[in-house]
Design a protein. Structure first.
Length: 322
């Protein structure tokens, strides 16, 4: 009911009376009034004027399903959009749904995570309404090998969306961060369920710091937010809609890979390439200069003896960053 009342309000250019809404939906005035109050509770500012009716004059600042459904410009990502008030981890939430068969492109976003996850059991700071936390379910008909570059592709999409929306010089730190002024703005956690030659599903979880100014001690020195960098608080719903659009475009264009369609863009936006790095491969530490990201999404590092070693995941320390 709330959604239907929202749609009517959204589609009318001027004030619309409770009576007219109740007629359109064939429900009581009382039901309309309840729905209006529910929308107000969600954060919509709805003006009501005697003899004229209701009109939306402002939208929720927090992530909101109605708003997102209305502004999304994607073909499949977010067509099934779930917005949770709170959850442990949007990745875990979506993985559970995936096992139950939910559709390709489903997005689970949350206003707060109580056990937000990074890689290797690390924590992701996920305070309520400060930032954006969401996960995207994908069911590509590809093998695990063919999607090995998916995290860098997602990083590229997020980096492009931030540059477009906020006009800041952010860069990708291979494989799963977006950074600005050498600090971490975005983290990406990709999880997959697969058989030997077929992906069952992939969940890409993305956390983007938006409004947060005060980070906990353990991340203070390396984290930043869009507000800290720009002095502006972007509209979270519009921004998430744009990120999802870029994600869909990048994944579709390159069929989930780093290849000739996106490699140039990737290299241009990658802070890692061209820098002195230290990485782990197995038990050994490799030092050298990052020279490329290949079609498998692997980082190629040229060592002092001029051999090129590929690294496919894990920690990379860029000299002078983190
Ligand atoms: C990541 O791991 O960067 C992946 C983060 C993915 C978070 C999203 S939120 C939606 C979805 N649901 C989840 O539960 N997770 C995903 P990693 O590269 O391991 O980096 C983790 C490290 O980043 C931590 O150990 C901290 O040092 C730092 N960190 C934690 N929270 C941060 C934050 N909000 N901003 C910047 N750095 C943070």
């Amino acid at each position: 009911m709330n959604e239907k009342v929202f749609e009517i309000l959204q589609n009318s250019n001027d004030y619309i009376s409770g009576q007219e809404i109740s007629k359109k939906l064939n429900v009581s005035r009382q039901a309309v009034w309840k729905a209006i109050n529910a929308l107000k509770e969600q954060g919509f500012t709805i003006d009501s004027v005697t003899n004229k009716g209701y009109k939306i004059i402002d939208y929720p600042k927090a992530l909101n399903k109605q708003v997102l459904d209305n502004i999304l410009e994607t073909k499949f990502i977010g067509k099934n959009m779930i917005v949770l008030q709170t959850t442990g981890s949007t990745n875990d939430y979506l993985k559970t749904l995936s096992h139950k068969g939910c559709e390709n492109g489903t997005v689970a976003a949350a206003r707060e995570q109580t056990s937000g996850k990074g890689r290797l059991g690390r924590k992701w700071v996920s305070e309520k309404d400060e930032n954006i936390y969401f996960s995207v379910l994908l069911r590509p008909q590809l093998s695990p090998m063919e999607v090995s570059g998916i995290t860098p592709v997602a990083g590229l999409a997020v980096c492009k969306a931030i540059r477009e929306f906020c006009n800041i010089d952010c860069k990708i730190k291979w494989p799963n961060d977006v950074i600005v002024n050498n600090k971490k703005l975005v983290g990406i956690l990709t999880e997959m369920s697969a058989e030997f030659d077929a992906v069952e599903f992939i969940v890409i979880g993305i956390g983007i710091n938006i409004d947060q100014t005060d980070f906990p001690e353990e991340v203070k020195s390396k984290a930043t937010s869009l507000f800290l960098e720009t002095g502006n608080k972007p509209d979270k719903n519009k921004f998430l809609a744009l990120v999802l659009k870029h994600l869909e475009d990048e994944l579709t264009k390159s069929n989930y890979k780093i290849n000739e369609t996106n490699l140039e863009d990737y290299k241009n936006l990658c802070a890692t390439i061209g820098r002195k790095v230290t990485c782990c491969k197995g038990n050994s530490r490799i030092q050298g200069t990052a020279v490329n990201v290949n079609t498998k999404g692997e980082l190629e590092v040229k060592t002092e003896d001029n051999s090129v070693i590929t690294v496919n995941s894990g920690e990379v320390i860029i000299q002078g960053i983190y």
